[in-house]
Structures are given as structure tokens and as C-alpha cells.
Write a protein that binds this ligand. Sequence first.
Ligand code: PGA
Length: 251
Amino acid sequence: MSTRKPLIAANWKMYKTPAQANDFVTAFLPLVHSHTRDEIVLCPPFVDIATVVAAAQGSNVRVGGQNMYWKEEGAFTGEISAPMLVAAGCTHVVLGHSERRQFFGETDETVNKRLHAALKHKLIPIVCVGELLAQRESGKTADVLLRQTAEALTGIAPEHAGSIAIAYEPVWAIGTGKTATPEMAAEAHHIIREQVVRSLGREIADKMRILYGGSVKPENASALMNQEEIDGALVGGASLDPHSFSKIVLY
Ligand code: PGA
């Protein structure tokens, strides 16, 4: 058994108004009450953060942003900074999600800048990596994972890296109903962890949580989570319903 505490994070993407977010938390908290085996995080849209933080106050549920800019403040219309997330009550932040890379121009370099800023402000970063279907089919999965992981971690000092979590999210499995088999995920996690060893050393790599994301559902959560290499889940679609997400948390 690994000593890494599993992290189960809900990525709500662009779903839920503040009222809907409040309803979710009200229904969800009793379902996971007193559950301490896993770290539970909800990542709502920015406009819902205050509501979710207030509703989850005093509970075992933490709140994270889905993205952030690396500057602290300034003339950057439409952006949100790490200190703002912290001030709003967030403890975590998702960085470099494939939808940010695909639709909003996020690159390995900008993920790296965001990671530096998140660590500076003591947010727990969940850094997303993962290959496209064409990359998997052409045998490039390992290359892509090694590059994305190495570039995300560039210039990060091991002494500041202890809180980082990485989410392996094969892009072809996100929102498609196709899941990597537990063995495929475990193999990818092993590749990522070996790169973390090269970037940050064995000690940090052994402690680092590597989550799986991509069509995680109540039905497949335990098979995935039972893999020694899988230290949690980043859940999109199945996290929008409190009952379904609680079943994943309680896998
Ligand atoms: P999914 O999304 O669970 O809907 O596949 C996962 C994610 O994008 O983080």
C-alpha cells in the first residue's frame, strides 16, 4: 500500500450556477460526512467559488479553481490570479487541463508559469497531462507524457514541489465514455513518475500523487483506484451529480 493520500477532485468545467452549486454541496456533504481516507476537492466555475466555500465551511471538502493566470494582479481582463483564489478560500487549482490546451492556447510553457505561481501562493496544483488519440495510435504516448511532465516541472525546486499532484488524462477518454483500462493508466502513471524522478528526485516522486482522469464513473472507480500507481481521480461529467460523485469518493 502506498502512503500517498488519494485525492478525488470534481472538475465541474462550465456547469452550475451559484444556486445549483449550493444545492450540490447541501446534498453532497452528508454523503461523504466523516470520510477521511481521501482528500475531496470541488473545482467549480469561478463565480461559484464563494458559494461553495461558504457551503462547505467546516467540512472535509476543499475547493479549487479550474485555472488561474500567473501574474498577481494587473491589466489582464478576464483573468484570475493565485492570490485571488487563495483569498476566496481555495486550497487547490487545476492547471493545464486539456480543454485549456485545446481551446484556449495553453502550452507546456504557460502551464509551467502557472505552476510556479500556484506554488508561490501555496495552492495545491493539479497539473494535467495526457496524450491525444492520434498520439497514442502512433506510439507517441510516452514521449508526450515525458515532455509535458518535464516542461511543467522546469525550474521547480524539489523543496517546493511536495504538494504537486499530476493528473493523467488521456484526451481521448475525456467526456467520451472511453476509459483507459486500469493497466493502461498504471503504465502511463509509471512513465510520469519516472520523469518526476528525473526532474525532482526519487523522494518527491515517491510522494507525488498521480491521479487518473477521463470518464471516471461510480462503476469503474474502484478498479482504477485499486491500482497501486493510481492515487486519485479527476472527475468531470460524473462529478456533477452529488450521488454519483459521492460513490466515486467512497469507491
Ligand atoms: P470526464 O472529464 O470525467 O467527463 O471524462 C474529466 C476531466 O476532463 O477532468
